[in-house]
Design a protein around this ligand. Structure first.
Ligand SMILES: [Zn+2]
Ligand SMILES: [Zn+2]
Length: 151
């Protein structure tokens, strides 16, 4: 089942929703602001072609990595390395490999930063492209789902 995390326009909190074609709004638990969503039968099947929030078709994929946990682990390893002569960094490296293997790929909407987990067509979604991001964010360009190729 695809999981969608929207960012609340009002307070910036994450709003977690499961695609449902009958739902038209997603409500923020923190400030009760409602965001309109447009889910389709495709979304219910985990296929991501169009953003349910902004209706754009441009997404990028990345590892589902929790930066806070990563930083906390690094700090712990740094402290421990004083007594372990750096062995804790090797442990951290191994843990990183294990954690990264467990983590799946997520898709993110360039335009509205909505996060999608358990996307069945994640392999069709390319990694982050700076040029596309700049053109979408700063000049409101719509690539309509076409990946920008470099020549
Ligand atoms: Zn909110
Ligand atoms: Zn979007």
């Amino acid at each position: 089942m695809m999981e969608v995390t929207l960012t609340c326009e009002e307070c910036g909190s994450g709003i977690h929703v499961i695609p449902n074609a009958e739902a038209t709004v997603a409500k923020c638990d923190v400030c009760n602001k409602e965001a309109s969503v447009h889910f389709t039968a495709e979304h219910e099947e985990g296929i991501l072609k169009q953003c349910p929030c902004c209706e754009r078709k441009d997404f990028y994929s990345q590892k589902d990595f929790n930066r806070k946990i990563g930083v906390a682990l690094f700090v712990i390893a740094a402290i421990l390395s004083i007594w372990t002569y750096g062995i804790s960094f090797i442990v951290l490296y191994v843990m990183d490999l294990i954690l990264f293997k467990k983590l799946g790929q997520i898709a993110i909407c360039y335009k509205c930063n909505t996060i999608f987990r358990n996307v069945s067509n994640i392999k069709d979604i390319h990694g982050f492209n700076h040029e596309m991001n700049d053109r979408i964010v700063y000049s409101d360009h719509d690539f309509d789902g076409k990946q920008l190729e470099h020549h």
